[in-house]
Design a protein around this ligand. Structure first.
Ligand code: NA7
Length: 522
């Protein structure tokens, strides 16, 4: 965003809480942290030079490599000179008289800006459940999404990890190799399939480079930002043996979408979903040697309705002597005690507790700032009125003029390859701001009718799917007291891009654009 706006001649400043670039990859430094989108697709595509100059070492890049990449990009385009680090935005208020945003930082600085753009991510507000007694714990504790920069030494320690989402499943095998004992406190068993990570072959990279234009086009028009489409066949049209063979091949191939895309109705029909769910359960039973442990690891929700997970040796880790699975569904964690934690039926001594307990997704990062639009109404107040967020295209919201959200709620972002979604929003928003300048407009605001229609459309697309039948962070269900509702556009990245482009082509249909006294706005 900074690069595009700077290139267009706008004076732009980025405020960043951390002391360096990287966002997700700056904060999530836990052992085993890795991206589950193939590195060749998890790329910026705005610069051909960049594509030529950077080579990913493996199919799935590890956190340190992705962080190096982001630093490389920041250096290459000299981005740091317009980024203020250790500068958190506390509040942003729209001033209706001057049509400007007043942005207040935690360091006391106050900034006035024509446009206010949030790039706070969807999964950046870490969630540490409010367990009684945490402050009394005498050991060390960490949240995976706020991992310290210094290496955490697990050797000789009894470590407890709470949570078995992507972060837990990535870190459990890595921590198990170091710790003396690892206790996994599992509330909901998860489906996970092998990543089958490999080093990238130089010939393969060369081939990708030569065909990148085509790959980029396919990424942009795909459903998820990954150039793959679901097989066009119902799981129920195949015989059990045909399905088994197909699932077996997908399991061997590994990766994020191989099983989800094996048939086109796995996310829609419960009976179709059960075929893949049962296939994964059969794998878990086969991998985990102790049948009682295997039984506890069997998931029962609809496959794919929580974020699909890929792993390296996750289920195999339960065959290690130093790993114990504790079911905290039947006996929930009641409190943290000085020596460890207590569940409803036992006490566990621990030296280190790792919270792999996820995030207050999507709205969490926005609500951490006190954002106020017209008449001083806060975003939190506005979205508390209905059952869920209300946006136009997931980019803007009525009553908050000249504010744009990159990868906001009701966009497809968090269910997609983030890089593709981020670039699409960045292109759309910068094109819009350029349009405003070229047409001597100073204020743009989503209309309530357009917003209501978009929110309704988002719900209508999600309603027939199985996603809405599972308690997940997609539904806001992981945070106590949070409004329940599916807050992501499920229509897919490609169709969504088309909708956004059509809106722009029609002179920003659904928005009201007003001339500004300052007609040339920088
Ligand atoms: P997730 O996917 O939200 O996983 C959080 C895990 O923590 C999940 O297993 C939760 O169980 C568990 N949890 C949360 N609160 C508790 C309490 N109070 N007691 C026990 N267990 C608890 O977060 P991740 O960081 O793994 O992944 C987030 C996304 O980052 C991921 O989807 C990728 O897109 C990247 P639950 O399932 O709620 O029963």
């Amino acid at each position: 965003m900074l690069y595009r706006l700077r290139e267009a001649g706008f004076s732009t400043c980025v405020f960043e809480t951390g002391d360096n670039v990287g966002g997700t990859w700056y904060w999530n430094r836990y052992p085993g942290a890795r991206c589950d989108v193939e590195s060749i697709y998890y790329n910026y595509t705005f610069s051909e030079e960049l594509l030529k100059e950077w080579t990913w070492s493996a199919k799935y890049a590890e956190q340190p490599e992705i962080l190096s990449y982001i630093n490389f990009v920041a250096d290459k385009f000299d981005l740091r000179k317009d980024i203020q680090f250790k500068a958190r935005v506390d509040s942003a208020q729209f001033d209706e008289e001057g049509n400007r945003w007043t942005i207040q930082l935690n360091n006391g600085q106050i900034v006035s800006a024509r446009y206010f753009i949030t790039g706070v991510g969807c999964l950046s507000a870490s969630n540490v459940p409010k367990f009684k007694g945490l402050e009394s714990f005498q050991g060390e504790w960490y949240h995976t999404g706020r991992w310290p920069h210094e290496k955490v030494d697990f050797s000789g320690k009894r470590v407890g990890i709470i949570g078995t989402g992507s972060s837990g499943i990535q870190s459990i095998p890595a921590i198990a190799k170091e710790a003396e004992q690892l206790l996994v406190f599992q509330r909901t068993p998860q489906y996970s399939i092998p990543a089958r990570n490999v080093l990238n072959d130089p010939d393969y990279i060369q081939q990708i480079r030569e065909n990148y234009e085509e790959i980029k086009k396919n990424m942009r028009k795909s459903l998820t930002g990954i150039p793959m489409e679901p097989r066009n066949r119902s799981a129920l049209d195949d015989t059990p043996e045909e399905r088994r063979q197909l699932f077996e091949a997908a399991w061997e191939q590994g990766g994020l979408l191989s099983l989800s895309y094996a048939y086109n109705d796995l996310a829609i029909k419960p009976e179709a979903n059960e075929t893949v769910a049962e296939f994964i359960r059969s794998k878990i039973r086969r991998i985990v040697k102790n049948p009682e442990v295997a039984e506890k690891l069997l998931p029962s929700y609809f496959y794919g309705t929580k974020r699909p997970i890929i792993d390296t040796d996750y289920f195999e880790t339960y065959n290690r002597d130093n790993v114990t699975l504790v079911d905290v569904k039947s006996a929930p964690i009641q409190e943290i005690i000085p020596a460890g934690l207590r569940t409803a039926d036992a006490e566990y001594e621990l030296d280190i507790i790792v919270f792999a307990t996820g995030f207050d997704a999507m709205t969490g990062p926005l609500f951490k700032m006190d954002i106020r639009g017209r008449e001083g109404v806060s975003l939190k107040e506005k979205w508390a009125e209905g059952e869920q967020t209300r946006t136009y295209l997931g980019i803007s919201t009525a009553g908050f003029p000249n504010m744009f959200m990159l990868t906001g709620p009701e966009s497809p972002s968090v269910l997609s390859n983030m890089m593709v979604s981020i670039e699409q929003h960045v292109e759309w928003v910068s094109d819009c701001i350029n349009y405003m300048r070229d047409h001597h407009k100073g204020v743009i605001e989503a209309n309530v009718e357009a917003e209501n229609a978009w929110t309704k459309h988002c719900r209508e697309v999600a309603e027939p799917t199985l996603y809405v039948k599972t308690d997940s962070w997609y539904m806001g269900a992981n945070i106590e007291g949070k409004a329940r509702g599916f807050q992501i556009y499920l229509g897919g990245v490609g169709p969504y891009r088309q909708i956004c482009d059509d809106v722009a082509e029609k002179g920003y249909e659904g928005f009201t654009l007003q001339a500004s006294e300052e007609s040339v706005v920088n």
